[in-house]
Design a protein around this ligand. Sequence first.
Ligand SMILES: NC(=O)c1ccc[n+]([C@@H]2O[C@H](COP(=O)([O-])OP(=O)(O)OC[C@H]3O[C@@H](n4cnc5c(N)ncnc54)[C@H](OP(=O)(O)O)[C@@H]3O)[C@@H](O)[C@H]2O)c1
Length: 287
Amino acid sequence: MSGKVCLITGGTSGIGAAVAKILAKHGEKVIIVGRNLEKSIETVNQIKQQTGNQNVDFMLADLSSLSQVRQLALDFRHIHPRLDVLVNNAGVTMFRYQETADGFESTFEVNYLSHFLLTNMLLDTLKASSPSRIINVSSAVHIAADIDLEDLNGRKKKYSALNAYARSKLANLLFTYELARLLDGSGVTVNAVHPGLVKSNLGRGGRSFSSRVWRIVNSFGSSPEKGAATIVYLATSPEVENVTGKYFANLKPIRSSEKSYDVYTARKLWEISEKIVEPNTTVSPAS
Ligand SMILES: NC(=O)c1ccc[n+]([C@@H]2O[C@H](COP(=O)([O-])OP(=O)(O)OC[C@H]3O[C@@H](n4cnc5c(N)ncnc54)[C@H](OP(=O)(O)O)[C@@H]3O)[C@@H](O)[C@H]2O)c1
């Protein structure tokens, strides 16, 4: 693999920045998605300096805005005729209930819905570039989650940051498995990853008790480079060229929760998500 076009969301920090740096070191063309101009410029400059690869760039989009995600996909398609690797990595954990301007619980929109939209809008480019790969960054925490398809914002229950985060990560898995079914035979693979417990900026800034607990837990995490390893493996290794619809940790496929394999829930979540992000931007089961 060399000179492949790789798009990484959440590339300005933690695991995403490490993935971007490693792929740049491999000689790939790396484009990170950031929401902050200064941070994006700084990250790109650092990666160029540290790897010697000048083929590194950024695109700006706040993933808590569906219109910005839509614009990101349109701009990407306009600038780049191909896409070999899409890493849906950006993520947040919100320690209090917050809705985006689109009206969705923030964790759900940033971690899942925005990536659902981005991926669907880039599918034609990925198919035209096949063999190509999609990697969705989930988390082992998904195991604690349930999805109420009639209450995706989780309003029926008292808000819990852990539940909201786990729900978004279960949604990533349901999305991965449904997309793998839809993309069967297309030459585009899609897999999900648990990167392990990694020391990063995730959950920084909150003042609540649970945010302090999370920061303590997080401080025992491994390096972002270690967290990036399985993502880079899925993005580059010939060993997994034809592997799709799997959940990986530590470079190995593992089983995710029973709920994540529920085909009915996955299809329904897809249909609901499709309606939310508007028609004509997603792949249909028949295609
Ligand atoms: N760390 C862990 O132990 C762990 C464990 C399991 C799964 N994960 C997953 O790994 C992924 C990467 O997380 P991390 O640990 O590397 O955390 P991180 O250091 O906080 O990085 C998160 C990245 O997402 C970006 N991001 C957050 N909200 C965004 C938004 N609204 N629009 C655009 N970008 C946004 C951040 O941008 P800024 O730089 O601008 O903040 C940052 O680049 C996440 O999906 C996370 O859920 C992490």
